[in-house]
Ligand binder design. Structure first.
Ligand code: SAH
Length: 343
């Protein structure tokens, strides 16, 4: 289809064109997948980059309506790893071969800037050759700068939706899209490699919203973009909403790859949760990152953003072997390097 070629050539479409492409996705899916995979292979070969994920706290002061660990959910068993537990998760990952760590949490006031700075500096000192990514939510610029100076070099903060009205339907009034975007621009200016993204099939989301998300991603020009299907959580007001689909998520992975061929794009755990072969489909559609869990098994199931999350009962080593096999079966391999963004 002409629009795919146009996207390949110009790396952007108008909002109307994106909507048209999304509406007619079944007609162009095959071509889009093929093109995306070709571009991905040109930039990153057959490598899939693993990032060892440490979900170190599920305390959160926010109340995002879709999220299982939102502050108002009294049924969550809250946990917070100690610094020693975080370091031991890293050591375990390091021994397995990981050279890229992601530290993610709710917005936990206990893990304030001083404590986070200390953790980042300790990891940086102990593993100088490893990449450190943070995903701990919204902070002011000064705090982002301190964490960067301590050694964090990448940051994941999904914008969630680029449409103001839609943002308000997914978040309480205390949160704002403007601030979220400001955080992303601050992170980028400081020098982080930035990852943003959104949930596919989030409640009230329209194809127009998705087109707006793509345009925002174009404008921000991030290094990474994480998209995964929305999955309802039983303790949220969206518990009866349908989950997002594999077909739309994988199509969007292909579109992102074509729009920005050197982007780092994860095949997310959420994608693997709605379909046993979802992550493989994500890689085959153009993804090139996976984020296996390094958190201690005893707390895994409590970092429950959505229902039926996979890999909550396995040791890091099991996840590692399982993922390696999965990736090899589709002709790729886990590449245990820092997994840098290429320019
Ligand atoms: N507190 C951090 C980390 C959030 S959790 C932050 O604010 O960035 C990471 C991501 O999980 C979120 O950005 C959101 O897009 C996703 N997520 C949350 N609830 C979800 C759900 N019910 N289904 C699918 N993804 C969800």
């Amino acid at each position: 289809m002409d629009l795919l070629q146009k996207l390949k050539k110009e790396k952007i479409l108008t909002k109307e064109e994106f909507i048209f492409l999304l509406e007619h996705r079944e007609e162009v899916r095959e071509e889009a997948t093929k093109l995306a995979r070709k571009l991905g292979d040109e930039w990153y070969g057959k490598s899939v980059y693993p990032r060892g994920l440490v979900e170190f706290s599920n305390y959160c002061k926010n109340n995002c309506y879709y999220c299982g660990i939102r502050a108002a959910n009294a049924n969550v068993k809250r946990y917070r790893l100690t610094k020693e537990e975080i370091m031991s998760a890293c050591e375990n990952g390091y021994q397995l071969g990981y050279r890229s760590f992601v530290f993610q949490s709710g917005e936990d006031p206990y893990y304030n800037i001083d404590r986070m700075e200390d953790i980042v500096a300790t990891v940086r000192e102990k593993y100088p050759e490893c990449a450190i990514t943070l995903s701990i939510g919204e902070l002011d610029r000064e705090r982002y700068q301190r964490l960067f100076d301590a050694g964090a070099e990448r940051y994941l903060l999904r914008h969630e939706t680029a449409n103001e009205e839609h943002y308000k339907k997914l978040h309480p009034g205390s949160m704002s899209l403007t601030y979220r975007k400001q955080c992303l621009y601050d992170l980028k200016e400081i020098g982080y490699w930035v990852g943003t993204g959104f949930m596919v099939g989030a409640p009230y989301q329209t194809l127009e919203n998705i087109a707006e998300d793509l345009l925002f991603i174009k404008e921000l020009d991030p290094h990474m973009a994480g998209i995964g299907p929305f999955i309802p959580h039983h303790d949220t007001k969206f518990k009866d909403e349908p989950a997002g689909s594999v077909e739309l998520t994988t199509f969007l992975i292909s579109i992102l790859r074509i729009m920005k061929p050197n982007l780092l794009i994860p095949a997310t755990t959420a994608l693997g949760t709605i379909d046993p072969k979802g992550r493989e489909a994500g890689i085959l559609a153009g993804g090139n990152v996976m984020m296996p869990n390094l958190s201690p098994v005893v707390v895994r199931k409590d970092y429950e953003l959505y229902d039926n999350k996979i890999c909550t009962g396995e040791e890091a080593a099991e996840c590692f072997h399982c993922l390696s096999r999965r990736v090899e079966l589709i002709g790729y391999h886990l590449d245990f390097c820092r997994g840098d963004y290429r320019e």
